[in-house]
Design a protein around this ligand. Structure first.
Ligand code: COA
Length: 314
């Protein structure tokens, strides 16, 4: 089995920290110091959609492998913000012309992409499917309260995609995944009957931060131990891009050199399920991540949920 192919898409509209500081009581300095984020991209109502972003990322990912849409067996759209609550994966199938594939959505917030790759791996290892497109896409800007300075500074929109395919070598070296519903109230986007829709994103930032800096290193250590790797055997750590301080804290705790910690958060913010494949796409496109490199990707977020996957790229 191999994980290969990469694609990423961002909407054109940029919102800088300075622009946010004109709407809520915050500053570029506060946001950069506390999060590492400088700007984020958002889908503007009426122009662009989750499906459009996901399609662009998917086309790039397929093109980088040479696998034709008609060869794809399964499309897994990992997203918490589909254009259609019945699911948006079928629209990706249609848009790509991947008519042989079955397509469905998988929701696990910011852990979605990692959960998607692990799910895809089971279908590959069982021999059920040969090519699975895993797409991570979110447009959380639709569900952010733009007057809440505690959350609106963090999130951005985007999509990223990879292909998981059968191969003579199994390059999935290890994985772990977990859920703790007790923490569901710390970060959510619940249905609100009085609004006949969804409430804006609620987050207890301090507790989510504490959760992340505890569970992410534990997950990495678990995967390393089970797969007989040392932290230094891994070429790249791609953590969910939620906060630069979380990435720095994890690097420090595990003794990982900062240059191995992939980061594009300054430009895109927290793009939820898109975060890991977008960062992977950035580094693969610039030639920093190379075929054969060992990558540890770790997602975490609402649920609470978290999970990681160690694989050899390409
Ligand atoms: N601008 C300026 N001040 C802000 C602010 C903003 N955007 N947001 C909060 N503040 C204020 C608070 O009101 C508080 O003021 P007070 O001391 O007068 O009460 C102060 O800054 C400190 O707030 P606090 O919430 O303790 O800040 P923090 O250092 O914990 O940083 C987050 C806040 C959200 C950046 C941080 O908690 C975080 O990143 N948490 C994890 C979030 C995450 O990863 N979410 C996604 C998971 S998928």
């Amino acid at each position: 089995m191999r994980i290969w192919g990469h694609g990423g898409a961002l909407p054109p509209q940029i919102i800088t920290n300075e622009q946010l500081a004109q709407q809520v009581d915050t500053s570029d300095e506060w946001i950069v110091t506390r999060t590492g984020i400088k700007e984020r991209r958002v889908v503007v109502n009426g122009s662009g959609s989750l499906v459009a972003l996901a399609l662009e990322a998917s086309r790039q990912a397929l093109a980088s492998t040479g696998v034709a849409p008609i060869e794809v067996d399964l499309i897994l759209l990992t997203s918490s913000t589909p254009d259609d609550l019945f699911g948006s994966a079928a629209q990706i199938q249609q848009g790509l012309g991947a008519y042989r594939s079955v397509a469905f959505d998988l929701t696990a917030a910011c852990s979605g992409f990692v959960f998607g790759v692990i799910t895809a791996a089971q279908f590959i290892r069982s021999g059920t499917f040969r090519h699975i497109l895993v797409v991570g896409a979110d447009v959380l800007s639709r569900w952010v309260d733009w007057q809440d300075r505690g959350t609106c500074i963090l999130f951005g929109d985007g999509a990223g995609a990879v292909l998981v395919s059968s191969h003579s070598r199994d390059n999935l070296l290890g994985f772990a995944m977990a859920t703790d519903g007790k923490g569901g109230g710390l970060l959510n986007l619940p249905y609100a009957p009085d609004r006949s829709g969804f409430a804006p994103i609620f987050m207890n930032g301090k507790e989510v931060y504490r959760f992340a800096v505890t569970k992410v290193p534990e997950t990495i250590e678990e995967i390393l131990a089970k797969s007989h790797h040392q932290p230094q055997d891994v070429d790249w750590y791609i953590l969910h891009q939620a906060n630069q301080r979380i990435m720095d804290a994890v690097a420090l705790r595990l003794g990982v050199a900062p240059h191995k910690m992939v980061s594009n958060i300054a430009q895109v913010g927290n793009t939820s399920a898109a975060s890991i494949p977008l960062a992977l796409d950035d580094y693969a496109r610039s030639g920093q991540i190379k075929p054969g490199d060992k990558i540890m990707a770790v997602g975490f977020g609402a649920g609470l949920s978290w999970g990681g996957v160690l694989f050899q790229w390409g």
